[in-house]
Design a binder for this molecule. Structure first.
Ligand SMILES: Cc1cc2nc3c(=O)[nH]c(=O)nc-3n(C[C@H](O)[C@H](O)[C@H](O)COP(=O)(O)OP(=O)(O)OC[C@H]3O[C@@H](n4cnc5c(N)ncnc54)[C@H](O)[C@@H]3O)c2cc1C
Length: 543
């Protein structure tokens, strides 16, 4: 097929101090305000009003050189555009933006139109020692866009937003080649024109991009049925300072030595810029059904998830909130502070189970899963909790902004381990966060992704802020100390520092214990080979 070009307008931008579409932002709902004010003092903390964006540090002749490569209109020095490409969307990122801290602002934003443009920028940057930060949707929550500046002539944000095409489709093999700058909904819309879907729905779906998903080994809310993003990738193309690499894409699998695709999946822009991603696609589901199940305890629900995973009975969506998360209805951000959703007798834990596919496949899976869950001690709650979760599945980040507005610390973190280590890890991370943040801290958790051998734990933390004020400096310091304690607890528990948020700069110091000195040496050797001048994302990923 011929290339389908998405319109090449600048995409709508998120505000620098908040998540998402400003039209969806709003004050804290009354129910949440009442609930939170029982535990924490609420202090209005508006963002700093006027922020002076530092002047670009890249010498003018080098800016001119970039203009010659890409054309005047694709080399952007505008303050607002540069500010919007400063760091990502973690709570520390938002607090720094709210405080007017723009120390990491890129000097220039360049907008390549295709692989050759990207290659030309990398060649030029290597020649002139310019640091290059690939920018997809800017949704990193691990400091993946906050690079080291020292020793470079300047920092260029390489915005992939013009590379938003469906480049090829092979309906017989069920593969599609996508441009890296396509946001989640755009990719799904292009595939839907052919009756197909990808099925990758992280909570950042609305703004994160195909290239970003690949670069961070993202995992979506339907991973039980559709798998994590790296498992969807059958091939990719990348530009590196040493030239082009094409990995995979010739066969579904092979035994041609180690799978070099894996070197780029999760490489977080440190080895090259992913310019094309070939993914496996599947037919659009005809039916989508979501339901709730009640469990007497987190442990009982977790055991049931394990039984489904190990019995090859996974539905499309499978999530389990712990008692705390269930009690405040975080599975349903629209209903926080309202009636408890735990079901019979209050308390207990809410599981969301979703089925997608053909009517026959959904009906058969539903019967089999329901029989297994009933045998294991679960109580069906019907469709209402599941439909409510599906309707509000992308809302929680907007709630975080509203909580940040009233001085609360709120942030999430995630990890993954084997089933046999789940309880130890859960207890260790909770205890670390509660000790670091003190009395009244709310630590909520859900199991977000499951495998036959283990699961991912996703924590949401809310705590009283520190010193009030526009910057929320107290909050930032308090959170960074708590995050360090949680990271230490994760490593001490023998779990992985990240299941799907990636390493960035925030987790870099905890990577060595996980992969060892030789592992770090291998990463450094690959970096030296592909990026000898070290211009790509300096300081990201590699210890
Ligand atoms: C509210 C919220 C919810 C989230 N929920 C989830 C979730 O459910 N699941 C999940 O997995 N993650 C989640 N994330 C994390 C984030 O969305 C992912 O890390 C995402 O995959 C990054 O995609 P992006 O396009 O925004 O990349 P960016 O943030 O722009 O970049 C991320 C990193 O990848 C590099 N990079 C980006 N594009 C390329 C490319 N084409 N080639 C090479 N390097 C590149 C960047 O330089 C950076 O180091 C969430 C984040 C937020 C803020």
């Amino acid at each position: 097929m011929t290339e389908t070009q998405h319109d090449l307008q600048l995409q709508p931008e998120m505000p620098p101090t908040r998540w998402g579409d400003p039209a969806h932002a709003g004050p804290l709902p009354d129910g949440v305000r009442d609930l939170v004010s029982l535990v924490f003092p609420l202090v209005e903390t508006p963002a700093a009003a006027e922020v002076a964006v530092p002047a670009p540090a890249l010498p003018a002749d080098l800016v001119d050189g970039l203009r010659e490569l890409l054309g005047e209109e694709h080399v952007v020095l505008d303050d607002a555009v540069r500010r919007n490409r400063t760091r990502g969307k973690s709570t520390p990122d938002l607090l720094r933006q709210r405080a007017g801290d723009l120390a990491d602002v890129p000097d220039v934003v360049v907008r390549p139109g295709g692989h050759d443009d990207v290659q030309a920028v990398l060649d030029y940057a290597a020649e002139h020692r310019i640091a290059v930060v690939p920018f997809g949707g800017g949704t990193s929550v691990t400091g993946g866009l906050a690079v080291e500046r020292d020793g470079y002539t300047g920092v260029v944000s390489l915005d992939l937003g013009r590379m938003r095409s469906l480049l090829a489709l092979d309906p017989v093999s069920s593969t599609a080649t996508l441009g890296p700058g396509l946001r989640g909904p755009e990719a799904e819309a292009l595939l839907a024109e052919h009756g197909l879907m990808l099925g990758h729905f992280p909570q950042s779906f609305e703004f994160a991009t195909i290239g970003g998903f690949a670069a961070t080994r993202s995992s979506g809310q339907s991973s039980a049925g559709y798998g994590r993003f790296d498992a969807m990738v059958v091939g990719l193309r990348a530009a590196t300072p040493r030239g082009e690499v094409r990995l995979g894409g010739t066969a579904p699998s092979n035994a041609s030595g180690p799978d070099l695709r894996e070197l780029f999946l999760g490489s977080e822009g440190a080895f090259g810029v992913i310019t094309e991603v070939t993914v496996r696609v599947r037919p659009l589901p005809e039916v989508k059904e979501y339901e709730g199940w009640h469990w007497p305890s987190f442990a009982a629900g977790a055991d049931a998830m394990r039984a489904l995973a190990q019995g090859d009975l996974l539905p499309t969506v499978l999530r389990l909130s712990d008692e705390n998360e269930t009690a405040i209805n975080l599975a349903r951000p629209d209903a926080i502070g309202g009636e408890g959703s735990a079901g019979p007798g209050g308390g207990g834990c809410l599981m969301i189970v979703g089925y997608e596919g053909t009517p026959a496949a959904v009906a058969a899976k539903k019967v089999a899963v329901a029989a297994a869950l009933t045998d294991l001690g679960g109580t069906p709650l019907g469709a209402e909790p599941g439909e409510a979760w599906a309707a509000g599945r992308f809302n929680a980040p907007y709630l975080r902004d509203s909580l940040l507005d009233v001085g609360v610390i709120v942030e999430t973190l995630e990890t993954v381990t084997f089933w046999s280590n789940r309880e130890r890890l859960y207890a260790a991370v909770r205890s670390a966060l509660e000790s670091a943040l003190g009395e009244g801290t709310m630590v909520l958790c859900h199991i977000s992704h499951v495998y036959a051998t283990g699961c991912s734990l996703y924590f949401t933390v809310a705590a009283a802020g520190g010193t009030p004020g526009a910057g929320g400096e107290g909050r930032l310091d308090r959170w960074l100390a708590a995050k360090t304690a949680a990271n230490d607890a994760i490593v001490a528990s023998g779990a992985s520092i990240t299941h799907h948020h990636a390493v960035g700069t925030d987790h870099r110091d905890w990577l060595q214990p996980e992969i060892g000195d030789l592992g770090v040496a291998v990463l450094r050797a690959v970096k030296r080979e592909l990026d000898p001048a070290g211009i790509l994302n300096p300081g990201v990923l590699i210890p």
